[in-house]
Design a protein around this ligand. Structure first.
Ligand SMILES: [Zn+2]
Length: 299
């Protein structure tokens, strides 16, 4: 290991500590009080909580906390904008994800720098497929993530044209400077596991910790197949792996747990989902994870 490398690791550790401390008041409030009391209890800091629930979607962005907490109103969050969605082929995935975005009347599909989902998709390709792509100038996970968003845009627009619709969608790439997390690591302390399909954590600013956003509403699924219904839990597994891995705050979660916050439309959904998620937690990381949640306020 070179001296530079050691220095870099130390700088990174310092930055991670700072990031942990910066969010600690919000994160420990949430952990110690419990989500229901933290968000809706008598002394809550969220008189504007209802404003964090936005029905109309305009953008698709990654579940990555660095994009999910950006101030773009009306975000549908999906890992790599759908690059890991269950499908039999790349083309099949484009079709399925395009149908979701058309149903949601999305205007803008984004990709972003340092996308972990694009990295997983890139590594899952066969060597021969990666070779073929590199001839077309696609040589990194980020370039693959961009290509996915661009192809998706084309697929959506083709379907819209066929249906004689006037609307079109755009693709924008979000750079690391625009993202709201350090580029070197993930600072997520929580997952917002949203069963309402409306929760936008960016609306609550620094009063809440940073988290991945996973959409588990029916509207974010392609169909009733098992794969499609299970997909949000696959995203959850990725989020846990990142947050409790070397690219996340990792060991620090033995001090205070990584929290999965279920945002539910009703008490029934909340209780049901708590059970479902608890049953799916990875055995080796279970003791560093808390499953919690709250019900969307009525007004
Ligand atoms: Zn991403």
């Amino acid at each position: 290991m070179s001296g530079d490398h050691i220095k870099y690791d130390e700088a990174l550790a310092v930055e991670m500590n700072e990031e942990w401390e910066k969010q600690d008041s919000a994160a420990s409030g949430l952990v110690n009080q419990g989500a229901e009391d933290f968000f809706t209890g008598e002394k809550n800091k969220f008189p504007d909580l209802k404003k964090a629930f936005i029905e109309k979607k305009k953008y698709v962005c990654c579940m990555d906390e660095g994009t999910a907490h950006m101030k773009m109103e009306g975000k549908l969050c999906m890992a790599g904008s759908g690059i890991l969605y269950p499908a039999s082929s790349y083309e099949d995935r484009l079709q399925k994800v395009a149908e979701i975005y058309i149903r949601k009347e999305i205007n803008n599909i984004t990709s972003h720098d340092g996308c972990g989902a694009a990295d997983i998709a890139w590594k899952a390709l066969k060597d021969s497929e990666r070779k073929k792509l590199s001839v077309q100038g696609i040589k990194t996970p980020d370039e693959y993530g961009k290509k996915w968003a661009e192809d998706l845009k084309e697929t959506v627009n083709m379907i819209l044209r066929k249906e004689m619709k006037k609307s079109i969608v755009w693709h924008d790439h979000i750079t690391e400077k625009e993202m709201v997390r350090p580029k070197e690591f993930h600072n997520a302390r929580v997952v917002w596991f949203d069963c309402t399909g409306k929760f936008d954590p960016a609306k609550l600013g620094e009063r809440i910790p940073k988290g991945f956003v996973i959409d588990n509403s029916e509207g974010a699924k392609y169909d009733k197949t098992k794969d499609s219904q299970e997909y949000p839990f696959a995203e959850l597994a990725v989020a846990i792996k990142i947050a409790l891995g070397d690219h996340g705050l990792n060991d620090k979660f033995s001090k205070s747990p990584f929290t999965i916050v279920i945002v539910a439309p009703s008490v029934e959904v909340l209780e049901n989902m708590k059970q479902k998620i608890t049953g799916r937690l990875p055995a080796d990381k279970k003791d560093k994870i808390k499953v919690d949640g709250f019900v969307e306020p009525k007004k």
